[in-house]
Every structure is written in C-alpha cells, then in structure tokens.
Design a binder for this molecule. Structure first.
Ligand code: UDX
Length: 440
C-alpha cells in the first residue's frame, strides 16, 4: 500500500518505519528541513531502541522515503496519516493548529480518494474538524474528491515503541464508512497475531479511548504515590502493599509503582487536556484534577526528603543524581521529575552532578551551561565528594551497585531513591542511610 505519514516526530517516525517494515511504500513528510536532513543522511532525530536500524533497513530497501514537499506527500499515499504534534496551548487544551494545517494541505492538493487518519492525540470532535477543513479546501478549489476520515490513536510507549507498534495489544480504529474500514483492516492485517486485535468503533469513541487509557494509567500512579506517602506516615511499606493488591486480577500488576511522579509527553498533557475537555462540556472530572495535583506534589517529594535530612539551606551541598530522563530507555526529559528536582535544589543553593546513560545532552540543551549542573561519565564518578545520591530514573545499570563503593565515595552516607530500586536492607547493610518512597 502507498502511505504518507505527516510529521516525523515520535509517533510519525515509528509508524512510518513499522509500516514500511511489513512491505508498504511509505513517504514521511516534515516541514522541519533539519529533521528530514538527519533522516536522509541515515540518522534519526530521537533515541528509541531498534528504530535507527529499522529506518536504515527500510530506506535501503527503497520502502521508506522522506520529503519536505507537501504536494508530493499528498500525491503519494492513499492512506494519509496525520502524526503531528498537539502541544498544550495556554490553558492546557490540545492545540490543533498543526493537525488542521495538515488536513488543509491534504484538501488543497488531493486529486483522488484518500483515507485521512488521525494518529495524533486529539480531543474528541477533532475528526469532524479535520473533515470540515478538507471540505473547505476542496470547495475553494471548486472540485469534489471523495475521502474518509479515521481516528487511529497510538498507544506506543517510549523506549518500547517499535515493539508496541509491531506487536500491539489492540488497534483502535474509529471509522464510519466501509471503504475506510476495509483499507484499515488490510493495512493492519500484518500486525494481528493469533487473534483479532482490531477494534472498529465510531470516531468519537476512538478519540476518547486514547485519553481514557492514559488518564486511567496516570490515575493508578497518582493513587499509588499518595498511598506511599500515607504508608510512610502509618509505618507500612508500599512495596508489600503493592504485592498484596497487585495479585488481585481485577487490579493487576502493571502501573502500581510508587515513585517521584510521572512525566513524559503523554500523561501530563493528556490528563490536562481531558480535564479541559470535561470542564468544557460541564462534566468536570474531579478525579483527574486530583491525579494532576498529586503528581505535581510528588515531583517535590525527593527534595522534601533531602530537606528533612540536610535542612532547608543546601548551599555548599552537592547532590549526585542518577537518571534525568522521565523513564528508562529514552532521552526524553519532557515533564521529567528530574527537572523539578534540579530546580528545587538550585533554589536552595545546592549544585548537582548528574549521570544518565542517554539524556545528558538533553539536560545540557534544557539547562544550558549552568555551572550548577555538571555531568559525570560514569554513575560512580558522580558520587565523588557528593553529599547524597538521589535516584530519579530506574535505569537497569543502577540496580546492582557496589554499596561499599557508594559509601566510600559519598560525603554523607545517604541514598534517596525515588524509584524504589533497592531492597532497603542492602544499602543499610553497607552502612548507608536509605530513604525510598513509602518504604518502611
Ligand atoms: C504512555 C503510555 O503508557 C502509552 O500507552 C501512551 O501511548 C503514551 O503515554 P510513555 O509516556 O512512553 O507512555 O511512558 P510510560 O512507560 O507509560 O510511563 C509514564 C510515566 O509514568 C513515567 O514517568 C514512569 O516513570 C511513570 N510510572 C509508570 C510510574 O511512576 N509508575 C508506574 O507504575 C508506571
């Protein structure tokens, strides 16, 4: 099949590469010339396991191409994916300007039938706006060309995006005409494993499903984070409570980990957008307001623990930070707890030496050449003379350190673990003070 993907960000590039991988002829459009230059030179503008190899393989096979030429992109695919950004605007609603501009461009240049598929996370009702934008452009041209609009939200996780696309749990397709449904079924046939995973629903339900999934997951995390703080006050251990509730199949094991707050490009933005949407139709979701407030507070919990241990004035103190990315396997620092932690430490006069396997260049971009933030080339070298070790991201390589060495390098023998990656008795046996989240 001939497919165009508009937008070579996270979702667009992963979708384009994976669709090419199964044999489609894919053209990716981006107006950002720099991004297209990187892609054409065999690189990728983001870090995502397995993606670079997949892009290279498909470019070499002649199934994956890149362009900045809108007219060429519209002419190419019968299926036109819109996978552009929907950044929050000032009030937290999703800003649709890029989505609607992409729709207008399709209307401006299309000459034959197109299925226009929304893959960006968009508020309920966007399908209608996309349809209207295309209709407008066709009307201005004084022609009629048939087209369908489809909503096909993406559930991929950063760090596992390629795997999630290639082996999805479900594929939600919001479509309301047979021709589009037929094409979407054919498109996704290679991704069905042993049972039907494609769920055809109406467009609005598909749009809401995306927000519902992310908001539900964020709710679980904020719930566990609040419960962890409560456990601390009550002298209980959140890890044991987690095991006790996760074993109930109605609750399940996933997304029950208390920590220093959720970040990333999806949860914070989508929770906010759903709050706006629900307020906008007079059906406010009070649960979600609490989810957001609890998460904002949770990003301060590690600094609260530091202050409880070292006092409010942290001048002349330096903290070693393990982990900058909002989660492992990515260099993404959008809404990352590390950003709040670093800022709060700076405010109290402290300096920070950070180590992250892939996100240090991103931190450099965000914090610039701020002398208060320095970088270490190894986890252990960040500790030399630092007042405490603060763990913010649960990278695998942090999980089994030599606690004796940590103790020897630190000025005060303190570990503040924002992801509960250690059993408390191990650092304690080495003579370290250990503070986790909700641990006894
Ligand atoms: C999320 C959704 O999982 C994905 O389906 C959607 O398409 C996009 O948003 P992503 O943002 O990549 O994916 O990260 P995810 O792995 O879901 O983690 C989000 C945040 O929650 C991270 O900051 C992580 O540290 C935190 N988290 C996750 C917890 O604090 N506790 C948990 O138990 C799980």
């Amino acid at each position: 099949m001939k497919i165009t993907v508009v937008g070579t960000g996270y979702v667009g590039l992963v979708s384009g590469a994976c669709l090419a991988e199964v044999g489609n002829d894919v053209l990716c459009l981006d107006l950002d010339k720099e991004k297209i230059r990187i892609l054409e030179e065999g690189g990728i503008p983001i870090f995502e396991p397995g993606l670079l190899e997949m892009v290279k393989r498909n470019v070499a096979a002649g199934r994956l191409h890149f362009t900045t030429d809108i007219e060429q992109a519209v002419a190419h695919g019968t299926i036109q994916f819109i996978a552009v950004g929907t950044p929050p605007d000032e009030d937290g609603s999703a800003d649709l300007k890029y989505v609607l501009a992409a729709a207008r461009n399709i209307g401006k240049y299309m000459t034959d039938y197109k299925v226009v598929v929304d893959k960006s996370t968009v508020p309920v009702g966007t399908g209608d706006k996309v349809r209207a934008a295309i209709a407008d452009e066709l009307k201005a041209r004084g022609i009629e060309v048939p087209y369908s609009v489809v909503s096909n939200p993406e559930f991929l996780k950063e760090g596992a995006a390629v795997e999630d696309f290639m082996r999805p749990d479900r594929i939600v397709v919001g479509a309301e005409d047979e021709q589009a449904i037929h094409l979407m079924r054919a498109l996704y046939a290679p991704f069905q494993r042993n049972h039907e995973r494609l769920l055809v629903v109406d467009i609005r339900s598909a749009e809401l499903t995306k927000y519902a999934a992310n908001a539900m997951l964020a709710t679980r995390i904020s719930f566990m984070n609040e419960l962890a703080l409560l456990a601390e006050k009550l002298g209980a251990d959140i890890e044991l409570v987690r095991q006790g509730i996760g074993s109930d199949p109605r609750i399940g094991w996933h997304f029950l980990y208390a920590g220093c707050g959720y970040g990333g490009s999806c949860f914070p933005k989508d929770v906010q957008a759903l709050i706006r949407t629900s307020n906008g139709v007079g059906q406010p979701m009070q649960v979600l307001q609490a989810v957001e407030a609890a998460n904002d507070r949770q990003k301060h919990v590690l600094v609260d623990k530091i202050v409880a241990r070292f006092g409010e004035d942290l001048s002349n103190k330096r903290f070693a930070l393990w982990g900058l990315a909002f989660k492992p396997q990515t260099d993404d620092m959008r809404e990352a707890p590390s950003r709040v932690i670093i800022e709060e430490l700076f405010k109290r006069g402290a300096t920070v030496t950070a180590y992250d396997p892939v996100a240090m260049h991103e931190a450099q971009r965000i914090f610039g050449d701020d002398g208060r933030l320095t970088y270490a080339d190894q986890p252990l070298s960040a500790l030399e003379g630092a007042d405490a070790l603060v763990i913010v991201t649960e990278w695998k390589e942090f999980r089994s350190p030599a606690f004796d060495t940590i103790k020897a390098k630190l000025k005060s023998p303190v570990i503040i673990d924002g992801r509960n990656i250690f059993s408390p008795e191990l650092p304690r046996a080495a003579g370290l003070e250990y503070y986790g989240i909700g641990r006894k």
